[in-house]
Design a protein around this ligand. Structure first.
Ligand SMILES: Cc1cc2nc3c(=O)[nH]c(=O)nc-3n(C[C@H](O)[C@H](O)[C@H](O)COP(=O)(O)O)c2cc1C
Length: 341
């Protein structure tokens, strides 16, 4: 229905890529997005090839559709994790480090497509030069860690002039209108993060989801505050989380349990980089509640399939019939018929 360079290359039905999201992008959510026609992205484990393989097996047991794996460069300690991911996934993606030909070659050697999420046109050009098959252009509206400094439309425009490969637009895309705008502007797909955090299949902590549902775009803020284990890396969160962390009386604010062995847990420290999930206990409000400006469109807890359907149902007619530019509200002065007094 919405075929693009992205859907043809990757082999999924719709030009929607779920964002790889630490703590949230676990197999059940990945499978749900794939089944809904998008490209589900598994948060890669960069320290243990065995754990990486177990996660890959869990995804494979839920779907035979194409999916991707995303790695955060600051946490990628075992390159063999990339080999395992590339042997099982259609797309292997990297973020938060200079595009690197060695990793792209590893991905290609195992038969997958290589992708890099970038925050500037220069970085996009480097990703293209080192052989990436896809590039994600991430605007500053994005939730979580932010690589660049400018808004998505401006970045997309610059990146599309510099590279030939399909470009995925990321940052602040929470509605079908935003999706259609990015596709009409030349993106081959959109990347959606915050909306999927609130999906029924997401493991995000219920209090985190509740706050996403209540928040507007204006309630997010870019900070470098949550920097424990990952300094000098700006990120967008709900402002309430920064305030709660500042006011937290203790340095240990909770505990986090292991995904494969929930009996094992480790303490959560104030300002620690960690996504609060159902496996997390303690002062959830003071943990980094990552959120993009797209949070405006998180109105309730929906299944991944419903989120995908909402986006497509709004985007498809806009793309097919053009964007109405006149405001049709009866009380609007703009576009109202001229009536001489
Ligand atoms: C909860 C959360 C966790 C994230 N974790 C990661 C991550 O581990 N790796 C990554 O590449 N991007 C991560 N991001 C950023 C996304 O890749 C993407 O750029 C962003 O979600 C797009 O903006 P949106 O949230 O407004 O849709 C995260 C975003 C969120 C909301």
């Amino acid at each position: 229905m919405m075929q693009t360079h992205f859907t043809r290359l990757v082999g999924c039905e719709l030009p929607i890529q779920m964002a790889g999201m630490g703590g949230v992008a676990i197999p059940p959510l990945v499978v749900a997005v794939c089944r809904a026609g998008g490209l589900g992205m598994l948060a890669g484990d960069g320290s243990s090839p065995e754990t990486m393989q177990r996660l890959l097996d869990d995804v494979r047991s839920g779907t035979d559709r194409p999916f991707g794996v995303s790695f955060l460069m600051p946490y990628l300690r075992e390159p063999a994790c990339v080999d395992a991911a590339a042997a099982a996934a259609r797309v292997v993606e990297f973020f938060y480090g200079a595009p690197d030909a060695q990793f792209v070659e590893r991905v290609h050697a195992a038969g997958a497509l290589a992708c890099w999420q970038v925050g500037s046109a220069d970085e996009a050009q480097t990703a293209d030069q080192v052989g990436c098959d896809l590039i994600v252009a991430q605007g500053v509206e994005a939730g979580g860690h932010i690589r660049g400094q400018i808004g998505l439309l401006s970045l997309l425009d610059q990146v599309l002039r510099r590279v030939e490969v399909p470009v995925i637009a990321a940052g602040g895309i929470g509605s079908g209108r935003a999706m259609a705008t990015a596709l009409a502007g030349g993106a081959a797909a959109v990347r959606v993060g915050t909306r999927f955090v609130a999906a029924l299949e997401s493991p995000a902590h219920p209090l985190y989801v509740e706050q996403l549902v209540e928040a507007r775009a204006e309630d997010t803020e870019v900070t470098e505050g949550f920097d424990l284990a990952w300094p000098d890396a700006p990120h967008r969160v709900l402002r309430s989380a920064i305030e709660a962390a500042r006011g937290a009386p203790d340095e240990v604010i909770g505990a986090n349990h292991d995904y494969f062995d929930p009996r094992r847990s480790s303490p959560v420290l104030r300002w620690q980089v960690l996504t609060p999930t159902v496996l997390t206990t303690g002062n959830i409000a003071a943990m980094p509640l990552w959120a993009g400006e797209s949070v405006n469109f998180v109105a309730s807890r929906q299944s991944a399939a419903e989120i995908v359907r909402d986006l497509v149902n709004e985007a498809a007619p806009l793309l097919a019939h053009g964007f109405p530019c006149a405001d049709s509200k009866p009380d609007s002065r703009i576009g109202a018929p001229f009536s001489p007094s």
